[in-house]
Design a binder for this molecule. Structure first.
Ligand code: GAP
Length: 434
């Protein structure tokens, strides 16, 4: 009971911090909100971009065997028919006899009684989670299309283009970061289950006989990524997904689950998609060295961006009590933090401090690191509290001593300790620590 309350409180604190500090806002809020949608504010975009850029650098830029792609969200309906999504991308549902609320059976604890009104739950029709739309002015069925529910198909349909353009040898991969849409029946838990989200996905093409080796390899890569972006690995669990529970295309899946405050739930996934997709799209690969035609098999590491952000935030959130006051701070890794350092003149009504801070400290750091904030709002204590909640590793203050000796105070977010650093040394000081 006590634990549940603490966990609920933590979730409330994260949601409120995200809104207050400009990370994430409820979608369409001024019109009452739109369930399952969230808008990213200035610091949220920065945090999300940093995670995405780190992913891209690790899995695309620093490898020889990976090809990036940014495919259109809208694709012909045949893509989804042949991929099996028109038929299978549906969840078993139940409906309340009384109030007609619908729930995904795997997402509710009480499978008999409605959580809204206590009415009896009965089996409902399957509900396809793809958002349907129409392309162009025509009303006939040939105009039907879908907002993609996974980025993966954008890679499969460009498999031939990629092979023709780059002539890669097996094994090789395709990588994509982009939006996906699912008409979730019960969106909930902040960024965890939403209707519009982003995925970072890899389709890694291999020879059939190598699948176990590469499955293991990607399992390790995924774990490394989680640790590198600051996800608390003590809260990550690997779950083997059973036969009846896997997606229609997978013959082996591991879910990486995270201890969210609302339960241990899927964070990312790793699937062995066999040759299911390439076969269905009638695609093949010619191995020129061996002189044979094959349909490669696929290992798919998949990462939800919103869930990554949420797990990073939950892992980073810390509170400590000091002199009867609670200090909350996000212990984000500097490579992921939205702001690397904030620069403040001690007093904003002293032009000599403002000018020094602006020209000699802020401008050169901004040019070097980009993610540098100017903060002269409120007193120094308030500025520290704000930057702690944003997760800024260093706060730099220009005071009257600075004008005499060209040193500034640098305060460390995690320890709260302060030291004097020469202005000429600041860039190196920060570089060494990030
Ligand atoms: N291409 C494979 C695929 O889409 P998935 O397990 O359905 O597999 C991949 O989704 C990842 O996308 C999940 O591990 C999760 O991180 C994220 N995800 C899925 N549905 C989501 C939703 N409704 N809201 C937020 N993230 C979601």
């Amino acid at each position: 009971m006590e634990k549940n309350k603490k966990e609920n409180d933590l979730m409330e604190k994260i949601v409120s911090l995200c809104k207050r500090r400009g990370f994430v806002f409820p979608g369409s809020e001024i019109y009452g909100g739109l369930a399952g949608t969230w808008d990213w504010g200035h610091f949220g975009v920065a945090l999300k971009n940093n995670i995405q850029q780190y992913w891209w650098k690790k899995f695309v830029d620093s490898r020889r065997d990976m090809y990036g792609i940014d495919a259109a969200i809208l694709m012909r309906q045949e893509v989804w028919q042949n991929a099996g999504h028109v038929e299978n991308f549906a969840d078993p549902m139940v409906e309340c006899e009384k109030c007609k609320s619908r729930f995904r059976i795997d997402q509710i604890e009480n499978k008999e009684k409605c959580e809204n009104c206590g009415g009896k739950l009965v089996e409902a029709q399957k509900f396809n989670m793809m958002f349907q739309t129409r392309i162009g002015a025509s009303e006939d069925s040939s105009a039907v299309s879908y907002l993609r529910p996974e980025t993966a198909q954008g890679m499969f349909v460009n498999f031939k283009n990629t092979v023709d353009a780059f002539h890669p040898k097996l094994p090789f991969g395709m990588a994509q970061i982009g939006k996906a849409f699912r008409n979730e029946i019960t969106p909930r838990d902040f960024l965890f289950r939403v209707r519009e989200f982003e995925q970072m996905e890899i389709e890694y093409f291999i020879r059939n006989e190598d699948w176990e080796k590469y499955f293991e390899y990607w399992r390790g890569e995924m774990m490394d990524f989680m640790e590198e972006v600051g996800i608390d690995m003590a809260k990550v669990h690997e779950i083997e997904v059973g036969d009846g529970d896997r997606a229609h295309y997978s013959s082996r899946t591991i879910d990486f689950e995270f201890d969210f405050p609302f339960g241990q739930k899927e964070l990312f996934g790793l699937a062995y998609r066999t040759d299911f997709d390439l076969k269905n799209h009638k695609l093949e690969y010619i191995d020129e060295e061996k002189g044979e035609k094959i349909v490669p098999h696929v290992i798919e590491p998949t990462f939800g961006v919103g869930r990554a952000v949420l797990a990073v935030l939950l892992s980073a959130y810390h509170e400590e009590e000091k002199e009867g006051e609670i200090r909350a701070y996000l212990k984000l890794k500097p490579n992921i933090a939205p702001v690397i350092c904030a620069v403040s003149p001690l007093l904003k009504n002293k032009p000599e401090l403002v000018e020094y801070a602006n020209i000699k400290v802020y401008a050169p750091l901004k040019a070097e690191f980009g993610r540098v904030a100017w903060d002269d709002n409120g007193n120094i204590g308030k500025r520290y509290r704000r930057q702690d909640e944003i997760g800024t590793p260093f706060c730099i203050v220009v005071d009257f001593d600075t004008l005499e000796d060209n040193t500034v105070t640098v305060r460390d977010r995690d320890t709260g300790e302060q030291e004097r650093v020469k202005v000429s040394e600041l860039k190196n000081y920060i570089k060494e620590r990030i």
